[in-house]
Write a protein that binds this ligand. Structure first.
Ligand code: HAM
Length: 424
C-alpha cells in the first residue's frame, strides 16, 4: 500500500481549492477594508510561548500540542493558534513604536493533536485578526463586526453570535471561587482530572470532554460578575453592536478555554455544523502583551476555522462558485507544430492571458476535451492549412462561433477579447 496522509490532516486538491481561495480572498479584502495589515509568523515556536499565553493548565497546552525537542534540545511546538505568535512578533519587533495601534490579520495552518472528527482536525487552517494597542470598546465592536462581515460574504449567514464578558483578573478570581463552591458538592462525580482542575484552574472543568463533568460544570456556570469598569466596557460593546445592527445573544454563560482572555469574549456558532459548531471565536486579552515582555496595552482579536467556514457555507446552501471560462488553449494538429504553438502560448502569457496547450501530440478531439477541462474560453487551432494561410482558426467555446485570425494580430485580438486580467 502507498503512503497516505496522517490522521487528522487532508490534501486540498485543485477543485477544493477554488472554494478555499475565495474565502482567503474575501478575508484579505475585508480585513484591508477595515484597516488591518497582513502578518505571517513561523509555524514553529518555542513551547514556552504557549505555556505562558494560552496557559499551562489548558487542554491545548497539556494534551494537544505537537511538541518535540530540536537537535539542540530546545522545546519546539507546531503552533496551535495564532494569537500568541502575533503578540510575540509585536513585542519582538516593537510594533508599538512603528505601527502605534497595530491592526494585523493572518491566514495559516495551525496544529492540535486532537481526536479527529468532522470539523476537528490535527492540521487545520485559521484566519484571524488581532488589534493590539487599544482598550476601547469600539475595537471589540469592530473586531466582532469584521468577523460577522467575513462570514456573511463567505455564505455563512445562519449564525448565532454569543457575547459575554469574563471580566478583569479580579472578576475572574471571584467567579472562579463561586464556580468552585458550586462544584464542590459534585466533586465525587467529577473525573480525577477535574478534581485537580477544581483547585488549579476551575474554568478548565468547562472544557472537559467527559460528558458528566461537562454537564455539571455548565449547569453551575453563571454569567461572570463584573466590577464597575468591566460592566461599563461591556455595556458599551453591546450598545455598539446594537447601533450597528449586529445581532447577538448575551444571555449565554460561557468561558473561553484559553487563559489569556479578559473582558469581552465571543463565539460564533453556525447552523449545520453539528457538535463542532463554533465557526469563529475571540475576545479581549489585556495582559498578554505585557506578560510577553511588551508595553501594557489592551488587545482584542478573533480566529475562524476555514474548514468549518466552508462546511457551514456548504450546509447553508451556498453554491460553489462556477468558474467562468477564461484564456486560450492552443491546439496543434501534429507534433512538428508544437514549437510554433508554444511561442503563441508564451506570447499570450507575457501579455497576461491565461494560455495552455498539450505537448504530447494528442488527437484534436482529445485536445478539445482538455481545453474544456481547463475551462478555456477560446481554442486556437494551428494546423498545416493555418500555417499556409498564416492565420489561426479561433473557436469561441462560450459563443460557439469560429473565425480565422491572422498570426500577426492573434495575440492582440486575444488580449482584447479576454481583457488583460484573464488569469484570476
Ligand atoms: P479557538 O477557539 O481555539 O481560538 O479557535 C478558533 C477557531 O478555530 C474555532 O472556532 C474553530 O473554527 C477553529 N478550530 C479550532 N480547533 C480546530 C480543529 N482542531 N479543527 C478545525 N478547526 C478548529 C483561538 O485559536 C484564538 N487564538 C482566537 C483569538 C484570536 N482570540 C483572540 N484573538
Amino acid at each position: 500500500m502507498g503512503f497516505q496522509t496522517l490522521r487528522g490532516t487532508t490534501d486540498l486538491l485543485p477543485d477544493e481549492l477554488t472554494r478555499w481561495s475565495k474565502v482567503e480572498h474575501t478575508v484579505r479584502r475585508l480585513a484591508r477594508l477595515y484597516g488591518y495589515r497582513e502578518i505571517r509568523t513561523p509555524l514553529i515556536e518555542e513551547a514556552s510561548l504557549f505555556l505562558r499565553s494560552v496557559g499551562e493548565t489548558t487542554d491545548i497546552v497539556q494534551k494537544e500540542m505537537f511538541r518535540f525537542a530540536d537537535r539542540g534540545g530546545q522545546e519546539i511546538v507546531l503552533r496551535p493558534e495564532g494569537t500568541a505568535s502575533v503578540v510575540r512578533a509585536y513585542v519582538e519587533h516593537s510594533l508599538d513604536k512603528t505601527e502605534g495601534f497595530a491592526k494585523l490579520f493572518y491566514l495559516g495552518a495551525m496544529f492540535r493533536a486532537e481526536r479527529p472528527q468532522a470539523g476537528r482536525y490535527r492540521q487545520f487552517h485559521q484566519y484571524g485578526v488581532e488589534a493590539i494597542g487599544s482598550s476601547s470598546p469600539w475595537t471589540d465592536v469592530e473586531v466582532i463586526a469584521l468577523c460577522v462581515h467575513i462570514l456573511r460574504e463567505c455564505g455563512v449567514t445562519d449564525i448565532s453570535v454569543w457575547v459575554a464578558s469574563m471580566g478583569c483578573r479580579k472578576d475572574q478570581a471571584r467567579s472562579a471561587e463561586e464556580l468552585r463552591q458550586q462544584l464542590e458538592p459534585h466533586k465525587s462525580t467529577l473525573c480525577q482530572e477535574c478534581r485537580a482542575r477544581l483547585e488549579r484552574n476551575v474554568f478548565r472543568v468547562l472544557d472537559c470532554k467527559q460528558p458528566d463533568c461537562h454537564a455539571i460544570a455548565w449547569k453551575n456556570m453563571k454569567l461572570f460578575s463584573l466590577c464597575d469598569e468591566c460592566a461599563v466596557h461591556f455595556d458599551d460593546v453591546r450598545r455598539g453592536l446594537k447601533e450597528n445592527g449586529i445581532a447577538f445573544d448575551d444571555t449565554q454563560s460561557f468561558a473561553r478555554g484559553l487563559d489569556y482572555y479578559t473582558g469581552t469574549v465571543f463565539e460564533v456558532r453556525a447552523k449545520g455544523l453539528g457538535a463542532q459548531d463554533a465557526v469563529a471565536a475571540g475576545g479581549r486579552y489585556n495582559h498578554l502583551v505585557e506578560e510577553l515582555g511588551g508595553p501594557a496595552v489592551g488587545a482584542v482579536g478573533f480566529a475562524a476555522g476555514i474548514e468549518r467556514v466552508l462546511m457551514a457555507a456548504g450546509h447553508q446552501g451556498t453554491k460553489t462558485p462556477t468558474t467562468s471560462r477564461r484564456g486560450a488553449y492552443i491546439a496543434v494538429t501534429n507534433a512538428a507544430l508544437i514549437g510554433h504553438g508554444f511561442q503563441f502560448v508564451q506570447q499570450l502569457r507575457q501579455r497576461g492571458v491565461c494560455a495552455t496547450m498539450d505537448y504530447e501530440a494528442k488527437s484534436l478531439k482529445s485536445q478539445f476535451r482538455e481545453a474544456d477541462k481547463a475551462q478555456a474560453q477560446f481554442v486556437a487551432i494551428l494546423g498545416e492549412a493555418e500555417v499556409k494561410q498564416r492565420a489561426v482558426t479561433l473557436k469561441d467555446l462560450e459563443k460557439g462561433n469560429q473565425e480565422a485570425i491572422p498570426f500577426d494580430s492573434f495575440v492582440d485580438t486575444l488580449v482584447q477579447r479576454t481583457g488583460s486580467s484573464s488569469c484570476h
